[in-house]
Design a protein around this ligand. Structure first.
Ligand code: PRP
Ligand code: MN
Ligand code: MG
Length: 178
C-alpha cells in the first residue's frame, strides 16, 4: 500500500510547451541537413514528451521506441537496465535523437547510448526534459535539457510514481502527507 501524498505543481504545462518550442528550434537547426532523422523515445516515461516534441520539429523524421526499465515500481534505481523492447529500424549510418523524460542516476541513458553507439549511427544526440544532476552516479549528460531540477520526487508529463500520475499535464512534486 502507498503512503498518502499530494502533488504540488513544479513546472506548468505552459512552461513545458514554451521550453519545447525553443528546444525544437535548436534541434531543427542541428539536423536540418539530415534526410530522415530517427527520433527514439524511451518507453514508458518519454511518451508524452516525444509526442509534443516531434510535432514541433520541422524535419523529415521517423519515430521509433525502445523500452527500458530500471525502476519498476520502486523508488530506487535497480542500477540494472533491462531492454524490454528494441528498435524496429536499423540505425547504422543514420542520425538518431534519443528522447528521455528524466536523467537521474544516469544508468538508463548511459545503457541506451552504449547500446545504440555499438550500431554505428552517423550521429547520436540526446535530449531529456528533466535533469537531476545532484543524483548522478554515471558520468553522462544529455545534449539538450529542458529543465534542471533539484532532488525532488517528480511525477507527471509521462513520469510515474509506481506507474501512476503519468497523465498529469504538468510536472509536479510528490509531498507525503502525515
Ligand atoms: C525512469 C525514467 C528514466 C529513468 C531515469 O524510467 O523514465 O528512464 O528512470 O533514471 P536513471 O537515470 O536513474 O536511470 P523507469 O525505469 O522508471 O521506467 P519508465 O520510463 O517505464 O517509468
Ligand atoms: Mn524511463
Ligand atoms: Mg518509472
Amino acid at each position: 500500500t502507498q503512503r498518502p501524498y499530494v502533488i504540488d505543481e513544479m513546472i506548468s504545462a505552459k512552461a513545458i510547451a514554451a521550453r519545447i518550442e525553443t528546444l525544437s528550434r535548436e534541434i531543427t537547426a542541428e539536423f536540418k541537413d539530415t534526410d530522415k532523422l530517427v527520433v527514439v523515445g524511451l518507453l514508458r516515461g518519454s511518451f508524452v514528451f516525444i509526442a509534443d516534441l516531434v510535432r514541433e520539429l520541422d524535419l523529415p523524421i521517423e519515430v521509433d521506441f525502445i523500452e527500458a526499465s530500471s525502476y519498476g515500481d520502486a523508488q530506487e534505481s535497480s542500477r540494472e537496465v533491462r531492454i524490454l523492447k528494441d528498435l524496429r529500424s536499423a540505425i547504422e549510418g543514420r542520425d538518431v535523437l534519443v528522447v528521455e523524460d528524466i536523467v537521474d542516476t544516469g544508468f538508463t541513458l548511459n545503457h541506451v547510448i552504449t547500446l545504440l553507439q555499438s550500431r554505428k549511427p552517423a550521429r547520436l544526440k540526446t535530449i531529456a526534459l528533466l535533469d537531476k544532476p545532484s543524483r548522478r552516479e554515471v558520468d553522462i549528460a544529455a545534449d539538450w535539457i529542458g529543465f534542471e531540477i533539484p532532488d525532488e520526487f517528480v511525477v507527471g508529463y509521462g513520469v510515474d510514481f509506481a506507474q501512476r500520475n503519468r497523465n498529469l499535464p504538468y510536472i509536479g512534486k510528490v509531498r507525503f502527507t502525515p
